[in-house]
Design a binder for this molecule. Structure first.
Ligand code: SAM
Length: 262
């Protein structure tokens, strides 16, 4: 996991990430038998070794679009998630208004981080509703739990998920929301299939992502998504893009519905 403690602006995190990747690559090569006894190796063993090292150094890409998958934001980036400018940059309440979330709804905040969006969702669904707040990092979930305690919120269930499985109950969710998360899923296809299983037949999957088409938005390209990338990747896993809402200053809101086999 990459720690983004030094993330002072939205432009900074990849400086940290690039250092990490270089270190991984160096270690991959350093720890191979190549250093131990090169002359004793056959040519085929050497080729295998080089292929392995190249694979370990390559950044993962999505198989359908070739999109470079962004590194996961570590707990060091948690404070950035509640930076004072975020409200002005992302208009989170306008985003949720646009989704028309009713009281009593069951929502999943997948990749909830420290709960910046979760607590807003909890207030909207009320005590008759419920929010599953998932994340792969226990440290994020502990900060989220502290926040829930501080704000006396009782209708949120934190869920420790895995890279490939959000661990949501099947067929129970009205709305799955991923805010600034999809672009960093290491196994997006498997997560999408699991999320489809978790949705009710009339449920919605919503992704909120920074617009890649706009070069003036000061975020690194792998932390943004284009409409074409999102549509291609998500529709391939059994969803239909119902609408793209453009009411936010920097992000698109993608609303998908699950396709059902007749
Ligand atoms: C940029 S943060 C956004 C957090 C939160 N949605 C927000 O807007 O404040 C991305 C979060 O997604 C989580 N994440 C990454 N891959 C995940 C996965 N496969 N399943 C669940 N969470 C994931 C990371 O651990 C991190 O907390």
């Amino acid at each position: 996991m990459i720690n983004t403690a030094q993330r002072s602006t939205v432009l900074a995190p990849n400086m940290v990430n690039r250092t990490f990747r270089v270190r991984v690559c160096r270690n991959t090569i350093k720890n191979t038998p190549l250093r131990a006894g090169f002359p004793a190796f056959s040519l085929s063993a050497l080729l295998l070794l080089l292929i392995f090292a190249a694979g370990a150094c390559a950044q993962t890409v999505h198989p359908l679009t070739g999109r470079r998958i962004a590194p996961t934001m570590g707990i060091g980036g948690a404070d950035w998630l509640e930076r004072s400018e975020r409200e002005r940059e992302e208009h989170p309440d306008d985003a949720l208004d646009a989704l028309n979330i009713k009281a009593g709804t069951v929502v999943a905040d997948v990749g909830a981080g420290i709960g910046y969006i979760t607590t807003r969702l909890a207030k909207r669904v009320g005590t008759a509703g419920k929010v599953f707040a998932t994340d792969i990092q226990p440290e994020m979930l502990s900060r989220l739990r502290e926040r829930l305690y501080r704000e006396h919120i009782t209708n949120v269930e934190p869920v420790l998920s895995t890279q490939a499985d959000p661990k949501l109950p099947a067929g129970k969710i009205d709305l799955i929301l991923m805010v600034d998360v999809y672009h960093e899923l290491t196994q997006p296809q498997r997560v999408l299939r699991k999320m489809k299983e978790a949705l009710k037949p009339d449920g919605r999957l919503v992704l909120i992502e920074y617009r890649k088409e706009d070069p003036t938005i000061p975020i690194r390209p792998e932390h943004k998504m284009s409409v074409a990338e999102v549509k291609t990747e998500v529709e391939a896993e059994g969803f239909r893009l119902a609408e793209v809402l453009k009411n936010l200053p920097r992000q698109n809101i993608f609303v998908f519905v699950p396709l059902r086999v007749m």
